[in-house]
Design a protein around this ligand. Structure first.
Ligand code: ASP
Length: 334
């Protein structure tokens, strides 16, 4: 993790699987505004970049410069932003310096999508390449496929000349060694944070997601982040959504697609994200589980919403009028 876990989140996660919360006992899903910075304006005008977590601030700045410099499509700006935390070892959940799997090997997931024609690409379980998001772009632009995994993804990345790198930083190796000394070694459900970026320029959406996934995951585990519709989705006609948190929940609910479809049906970004998040929470509670899931959505009117099942979510927004601002997420009332 690139930031300390706040005590509330710790308490919440410690309760994982403990409480028996039947779906029938669920309260109405109102939102509680989180402490800290203020909520974003009702809607943004013009160009926009949004992304998950505090490390989204630096990523957004890079994506914003790329938009300003006139990339052929906003998806390339989203990818330019995603490359920032991929290269930053201080971000311990993305790219170099992220967390390895249970065998100490880094396996990275990423995807990209454009909202004008639904072109998209992804890589899962990619080993040894510095920028999985760039490989995902190449899957989109230079193959007839959507998702490449493991060895094949690596061969493709090498064939396209992508930068190879030992992704295990000294700090990540130390975290892994510490985890190995524990007697019981469940993969910590709270130890992951994906960056998902949405770019919007003149009605055109782009999207990029990249992560090292669930820390100390089973080798071969694939999360939501490389899966179009689960970890991210965009369509100029409806809106865009990216997700972070326990990816298994996003896959079960095809979460990003579900949010975009709700916006297609006329809901705002906030209404759509809340509706889908409530459904996700109802179902994981029905499995006697508690976990962190956050959805970040942008609608076609420039409405932005970041909602989460816990109180620690933050998202970064960059636009012409406000520059870069970090906003607190909103969480579903208990
Ligand atoms: N969604 C990512 C995964 O499950 C991790 C995260 O965003 O926290 O791989």
């Amino acid at each position: 993790m690139s930031r300390p876990l706040d005590p509330e989140r710790r308490r919440f996660l410690r309760g994982t699987g403990a409480a028996l919360l039947g779906a029938s006992a669920l309260p109405a899903c109102s939102l509680v505004t989180q402490r800290g910075n203020s909520s974003p304006p009702e809607r943004f005008e013009g160009r926009l970049v949004v992304s998950t977590w505090n490390f989204g601030m630096a990523a957004n700045a890079a994506a914003w410069s790329a938009l300003q410099s006139g990339v052929p499509h906003p998806v390339y700006a989203a990818a330019a932003g995603a490359r920032v935390p991929e290269a930053d070892p201080a971000v311990t959940s993305v790219g170099y310096g992220g967390s390895p799997n249970a065998k100490g090997v880094m396996e990275l997931d990423a995807c990209v999508m454009r909202g004008d024609n639904l072109a998209c690409g992804g890589v899962a379980g990619l080993r040894g390449f510095a920028h999985p998001v760039s490989v995902a772009l190449d899957v989109m632009d230079h193959t007839p496929h959507v998702l490449l995994v493991g060895e094949g993804a690596g061969e493709f990345a090498a064939s396209r000349g992508h930068e190879q790198r030992d992704l295990l930083s000294a700090e990540a190796a130390a975290r892994y060694a510490k985890w190995q000394t524990k007697q019981e070694r469940p993969a910590p459900i709270d130890d992951h944070d994906t960056i998902g970026l949405i770019t919007l320029d003149n009605g055109h959406f782009g999207m990029a997601v990249t992560t090292s996934g669930w820390a100390f995951k089973l080798p071969g585990r694939v999360g939501d982040s490389p899966i179009i519709g689960a970890g991210g989705y965009c369509d100029n006609e409806a809106g865009a959504c990216v997700a972070t948190g326990t990816g298994e929940e996003m896959i079960r609910h095809v979460a990003a697609f579900a949010v975009v479809e709700q916006m297609r049906n006329g809901l705002s970004a906030k209404q759509a994200a809340v509706a889908v998040l409530a459904r996700i929470r109802r179902n994981f509670r029905a499995r006697d589980m508690n976990t962190m899931v956050a959805l970040l959505a942008v609608d076609t009117s420039g409405g932005v919403a970041g909602v989460c099942t816990t109180k620690n979510f933050e998202f970064a927004v960059h636009d012409e009028d406000h520059g870069g601002v970090l906003h607190p997420g909103e969480h579903l009332a208990p």
